[in-house]
Design a protein around this ligand. Structure first.
Ligand code: AMP
Length: 142
């Protein structure tokens, strides 16, 4: 697989506006922000989508995300924001290295806009799908 632009940023081959770094995680400003303070948080581990990420990197991301969110919200004076994490081209992923967007929502016209076509869940489908997912999770223990 070709090296992604985020791997190049991790390796210092191209610059970024870094806001946080530790052994497992790097965070920097998005180059085309949806709102002021739009930040990307990425694992240093190379993984295309979230389901390929190790527990160690996932835990490291989870540990630091709230802290980075607090900082971005404080600096932007915003209390509302979205976390966006795209996986796959069809799901709007453009850079194939796992990343979480932190997108401040200072007003209705700034930040992320979401289409949310509501469906409905009948109890038979819910029972089947929940059971299937439960079994898959149990089979995927680390
Ligand atoms: P996604 O559609 O979830 O894959 O989003 C990729 C994001 O990466 C977009 O919001 C881009 O603006 C951002 N991006 C691409 N290249 C860079 C870069 N060199 N530095 C910062 N952000 C970038």
């Amino acid at each position: 697989m070709a090296e992604t632009i985020f791997k190049k940023i991790i390796d210092g081959k191209i610059p970024c506006h870094k806001v946080y770094e530790d052994d497992h995680v790097l965070a920097f400003l998005d180059i085309n922000p949806l709102s002021r303070g739009h930040t990307l948080v990425i694992p240093k581990e190379v993984a295309e989508t979230l389901d390929h990420l190790s527990d160690e990197s996932a835990a490291a991301l989870g540990r630091v995300m709230p802290r980075i969110c607090r900082a971005v919200m404080k600096v932007t004076g915003t209390s509302e924001y979205n976390i966006l994490q795209n996986n796959g081209r069809g799901a709007h992923q453009a850079v194939f290295h796992v990343h979480f967007h932190i997108i401040p929502k200072p007003s209705a016209s700034e930040g992320l806009e979401i289409g949310w076509p509501l469906g409905s869940l009948d109890s038979k489908t819910a029972e089947t799908v929940a059971q299937q997912v439960k079994q898959q999770i149990a089979a995927d223990r680390p």
